[in-house]
Design a protein around this ligand. Structure first.
Ligand SMILES: [Zn+2]
Length: 241
């Protein structure tokens, strides 16, 4: 294979960098997608939690009401029994005591009736809250599923584009000196997807620190790679390309 000059190598690497920068950017975007989906799902699950909580509350209110209704029935039976007993009583004292007992049960009974009414009111309120939440949840579910679909579509587009770029990358590395290439790839990995940068005036296009004139001359004279001493990126002179 004929020797390729440093300059031609650089040209190839510059082209490769364009492809790799896009791959890097797309991969970064791809990484964000599960985060976005996770947040959407969390909000959706929160809404579901609110609905389930309300439904449980409604159930509890109904159970309590039924318990009170059973208690009420017991009191009514007690009153009926005590009333029937009145006819069998022989003494005034016993009679007065029984009447007092009946009054006591009646007072108890009206407290229970009050509680039942309150339970009905609370049940109605919670029940309408459940209905409202059900419709809000249905809305949230619909929008969650739509957004999920949208994100999944975006992911697919990005993945397809990455596949195209990866095949371009494969073609792009042909003819590049393996040592040069592995150096480039090492920098690419550690320097945010940017391994080769143009010289801006006398500063590095990657970290914007000064590059010494000596280095620039060395590059121009000897056809060698210039590496930024600050950020270790490969620097090239655009005019020369
Ligand atoms: Zn630099």
């Amino acid at each position: 294979m004929p020797e390729i000059s440093v300059k031609d190598q650089l040209k190839k690497i510059i082209e490769l960098q364009k492809i790799d920068a896009e791959i890097y950017e797309l991969r970064a975007r791809l990484k964000e997608k599960p985060v976005v989906l996770g947040e959407l799902k969390e909000r959706f699950e929160e809404r579901r939690g609110t609905l389930v909580g309300l439904e449980e509350k409604l159930k509890a209110v109904q159970v309590q009401r039924r318990e009170k209704e059973l208690e009420l029935k017991t009191r009514e039976e007690e009153i009926a029994k005590a009333n029937a007993h009145l006819f069998q009583i022989k003494t005034n004292k016993e009679y007065t005591a029984k009447i007092a007992e009946i009054e006591h049960i009646k007072a108890d009974k009206s407290v229970i009736e009050e509680k039942i009414l309150l339970a009905y009111d609370e049940g109605d309120q919670v029940s309408s809250a459940v209905e409202r939440e059900k419709s809000a949840f249905a809305q949230e579910e619909k929008s969650y599923l739509a957004k999920k679909k949208e994100v999944e579509k975006e992911v697919k587009i990005i993945e397809d584009r990455i596949r195209v770029l990866e095949s371009q990358h494969k073609q792009g590395v042909e003819g590049i000196d393996p040592e040069f290439l592995s150096r480039y790839e090492r920098i690419l990995k550690h320097k945010g997807g940017l391994a080769i940068v143009p010289l801006h005036g006398n500063t590095c296009g990657g970290c914007y620190m000064n590059v010494t004139a000596q280095q620039i001359n060395a590059f121009k004279m000897n056809d060698q790679l210039v590496i930024c001493e600050m950020c270790t990126r490969i620097i090239y002179i655009e005019d020369d390309m």
